[in-house]
Design a protein around this ligand. Sequence first.
Ligand code: ATP
Ligand code: MG
Length: 150
Amino acid sequence: MVQYRFQTHSAEETSQLAKRLAAHLLPGDILAMTGNLASGKTTFTQGLTSFFEIKEYVLSPTFTYINEYHSEQQDIIHIDAYRLSSGEELIAMGIWEYYDSGAIVIIEWAEIVAKAIPEDAFGLNFRTIEGEENGRDILIHSPRALELGL
Ligand SMILES: Nc1ncnc2c1ncn2[C@@H]1O[C@H](COP(=O)(O)OP(=O)(O)OP(=O)(O)O)[C@@H](O)[C@H]1O
Ligand SMILES: [Mg+2]
Protein backbone atom coordinates (compact mmCIF):
# COMPACT_ATOMS: atom_id res chain seq x y z
CA MET A 1 0.00 0.00 0.00
CA VAL A 2 1.16 3.50 -0.83
CA GLN A 3 -0.19 6.41 1.18
CA TYR A 4 -1.00 9.89 -0.14
CA ARG A 5 -2.21 12.75 1.98
CA PHE A 6 -4.04 15.86 0.82
CA GLN A 7 -5.77 18.85 2.31
CA THR A 8 -8.59 20.53 0.45
CA HIS A 9 -10.21 23.84 1.29
CA SER A 10 -13.50 23.65 -0.62
CA ALA A 11 -15.90 21.08 -2.03
CA GLU A 12 -14.66 22.05 -5.49
CA GLU A 13 -11.07 21.20 -4.54
CA THR A 14 -12.16 17.80 -3.21
CA SER A 15 -13.94 17.19 -6.49
CA GLN A 16 -10.78 18.14 -8.43
CA LEU A 17 -8.72 15.74 -6.34
CA ALA A 18 -11.22 12.99 -7.13
CA LYS A 19 -10.78 13.68 -10.84
CA ARG A 20 -7.01 13.39 -10.49
CA LEU A 21 -7.44 10.01 -8.83
CA ALA A 22 -10.05 8.94 -11.39
CA ALA A 23 -7.51 9.28 -14.19
CA HIS A 24 -5.54 6.43 -12.56
CA LEU A 25 -8.40 4.09 -11.78
CA LEU A 26 -8.98 0.83 -13.60
CA PRO A 27 -12.12 -1.23 -14.15
CA GLY A 28 -12.76 -3.32 -11.05
CA ASP A 29 -11.07 -0.94 -8.62
CA ILE A 30 -12.79 -0.69 -5.24
CA LEU A 31 -12.74 2.51 -3.17
CA ALA A 32 -13.47 2.01 0.52
CA MET A 33 -14.35 5.37 2.09
CA THR A 34 -14.32 6.18 5.78
CA GLY A 35 -14.92 9.45 7.59
CA ASN A 36 -17.64 11.25 9.50
CA LEU A 37 -20.88 12.79 8.30
CA ALA A 38 -20.31 15.61 5.82
CA SER A 39 -16.58 14.92 5.60
CA GLY A 40 -16.73 14.82 1.79
CA LYS A 41 -17.25 11.20 0.69
CA THR A 42 -20.18 11.91 -1.60
CA THR A 43 -18.54 15.11 -2.88
CA PHE A 44 -15.49 13.04 -3.86
CA THR A 45 -17.77 10.47 -5.53
CA GLN A 46 -19.40 13.26 -7.56
CA GLY A 47 -15.94 14.26 -8.82
CA LEU A 48 -15.27 10.67 -9.89
CA THR A 49 -18.54 10.28 -11.77
CA SER A 50 -18.13 13.60 -13.50
CA PHE A 51 -14.64 12.52 -14.69
CA PHE A 52 -16.26 9.51 -16.36
CA GLU A 53 -18.91 11.77 -17.88
CA ILE A 54 -21.77 10.34 -15.91
CA LYS A 55 -24.43 12.98 -16.25
CA GLU A 56 -26.83 11.96 -13.50
CA TYR A 57 -26.48 13.90 -10.31
CA VAL A 58 -24.94 11.71 -7.64
CA LEU A 59 -26.87 11.79 -4.39
CA SER A 60 -25.83 10.10 -1.23
CA PRO A 61 -27.53 6.72 -1.61
CA THR A 62 -28.23 6.44 2.10
CA PHE A 63 -31.84 5.40 1.53
CA THR A 64 -31.29 3.08 -1.38
CA TYR A 65 -27.92 1.59 -0.31
CA ILE A 66 -26.75 1.00 -3.87
CA ASN A 67 -26.84 3.30 -6.90
CA GLU A 68 -25.60 2.20 -10.32
CA TYR A 69 -24.24 4.72 -12.80
CA HIS A 70 -23.52 3.84 -16.37
CA SER A 71 -21.51 5.63 -19.02
CA GLU A 72 -19.68 4.59 -22.14
CA GLN A 73 -16.37 5.00 -20.34
CA GLN A 74 -16.93 3.31 -17.01
CA ASP A 75 -19.73 1.94 -14.87
CA ILE A 76 -19.73 3.03 -11.26
CA ILE A 77 -21.48 1.41 -8.31
CA HIS A 78 -21.98 3.73 -5.34
CA ILE A 79 -22.85 2.11 -2.03
CA ASP A 80 -23.68 3.81 1.27
CA ALA A 81 -23.24 1.35 4.12
CA TYR A 82 -24.36 3.81 6.81
CA ARG A 83 -27.54 1.88 7.56
CA LEU A 84 -26.10 -1.58 7.15
CA SER A 85 -24.96 -3.56 10.14
CA SER A 86 -22.22 -5.82 8.81
CA GLY A 87 -20.22 -7.08 5.88
CA GLU A 88 -22.45 -10.14 5.77
CA GLU A 89 -25.36 -7.89 4.88
CA LEU A 90 -23.44 -6.43 1.96
CA ILE A 91 -22.44 -9.90 0.79
CA ALA A 92 -26.11 -10.94 0.94
CA MET A 93 -26.89 -7.97 -1.30
CA GLY A 94 -24.59 -9.45 -3.95
CA ILE A 95 -21.51 -7.29 -3.53
CA TRP A 96 -19.20 -9.89 -5.08
CA GLU A 97 -21.09 -9.71 -8.35
CA TYR A 98 -20.47 -5.99 -8.41
CA TYR A 99 -16.78 -6.52 -7.64
CA ASP A 100 -16.52 -8.94 -10.57
CA SER A 101 -18.52 -6.78 -12.97
CA GLY A 102 -15.74 -4.44 -14.09
CA ALA A 103 -17.46 -1.49 -12.47
CA ILE A 104 -15.55 0.80 -10.14
CA VAL A 105 -17.19 0.20 -6.75
CA ILE A 106 -17.29 3.04 -4.22
CA ILE A 107 -18.36 2.28 -0.66
CA GLU A 108 -19.12 5.02 1.88
CA TRP A 109 -18.93 4.02 5.57
CA ALA A 110 -16.69 1.12 4.62
CA GLU A 111 -15.71 0.53 8.27
CA ILE A 112 -19.21 -0.87 8.91
CA VAL A 113 -18.81 -3.51 6.20
CA ALA A 114 -15.05 -4.04 6.55
CA LYS A 115 -15.40 -7.82 6.30
CA ALA A 116 -16.81 -7.52 2.78
CA ILE A 117 -13.97 -5.36 1.47
CA PRO A 118 -11.02 -6.99 -0.29
CA GLU A 119 -7.54 -6.25 0.99
CA ASP A 120 -6.41 -4.69 -2.27
CA ALA A 121 -9.14 -2.03 -2.21
CA PHE A 122 -8.21 1.65 -2.11
CA GLY A 123 -8.78 3.16 1.32
CA LEU A 124 -9.91 6.79 1.42
CA ASN A 125 -10.24 8.50 4.79
CA PHE A 126 -11.88 11.92 5.09
CA ARG A 127 -11.55 14.20 8.10
CA THR A 128 -12.69 17.69 8.83
CA ILE A 129 -9.88 20.03 9.83
CA GLU A 130 -10.44 21.65 13.20
CA GLY A 131 -10.88 25.39 13.01
CA GLU A 132 -11.37 25.43 9.23
CA GLU A 133 -14.99 24.97 8.21
CA ASN A 134 -14.25 23.98 4.63
CA GLY A 135 -10.98 22.19 5.32
CA ARG A 136 -10.73 18.43 4.76
CA ASP A 137 -7.84 16.04 5.32
CA ILE A 138 -7.98 13.25 2.75
CA LEU A 139 -5.79 10.20 3.12
CA ILE A 140 -5.55 7.79 0.20
CA HIS A 141 -4.16 4.28 0.67
CA SER A 142 -3.50 2.90 -2.76
CA PRO A 143 -2.67 -0.68 -3.70
CA ARG A 144 -0.31 0.70 -6.37
CA ALA A 145 1.88 3.75 -6.81
CA LEU A 146 0.10 6.69 -8.45
CA GLU A 147 1.21 9.94 -10.04
CA LEU A 148 -1.27 12.25 -8.40
CA GLY A 149 0.65 15.44 -9.06
CA LEU A 150 1.61 16.24 -5.50
N1 ATP B 1 -13.10 20.71 1.40
C1 ATP B 1 -14.34 20.17 1.27
N2 ATP B 1 -14.45 18.95 0.69
C2 ATP B 1 -15.69 18.37 0.58
N3 ATP B 1 -16.83 18.91 0.99
C3 ATP B 1 -16.76 20.12 1.57
C4 ATP B 1 -15.52 20.80 1.74
N4 ATP B 1 -15.75 21.98 2.33
C5 ATP B 1 -17.07 22.04 2.55
N5 ATP B 1 -17.69 20.94 2.10
C6 ATP B 1 -19.14 20.67 2.23
O1 ATP B 1 -19.28 19.60 3.14
C7 ATP B 1 -20.35 18.75 2.74
C8 ATP B 1 -19.82 17.36 2.44
O2 ATP B 1 -20.91 16.53 2.24
P1 ATP B 1 -20.81 15.07 1.62
O3 ATP B 1 -22.21 14.66 1.35
O4 ATP B 1 -19.82 15.02 0.54
O5 ATP B 1 -20.24 14.28 2.90
P2 ATP B 1 -20.28 12.71 3.19
O6 ATP B 1 -18.96 12.39 3.79
O7 ATP B 1 -20.71 11.95 1.99
O8 ATP B 1 -21.40 12.65 4.31
P3 ATP B 1 -22.37 11.41 4.73
O9 ATP B 1 -21.58 10.54 5.67
O10 ATP B 1 -23.51 12.07 5.41
O11 ATP B 1 -22.76 10.67 3.50
C9 ATP B 1 -20.95 19.38 1.49
O12 ATP B 1 -22.03 20.20 1.89
C10 ATP B 1 -19.80 20.22 0.94
O13 ATP B 1 -20.24 21.33 0.19
MG1 MG C 1 -22.31 10.64 1.63
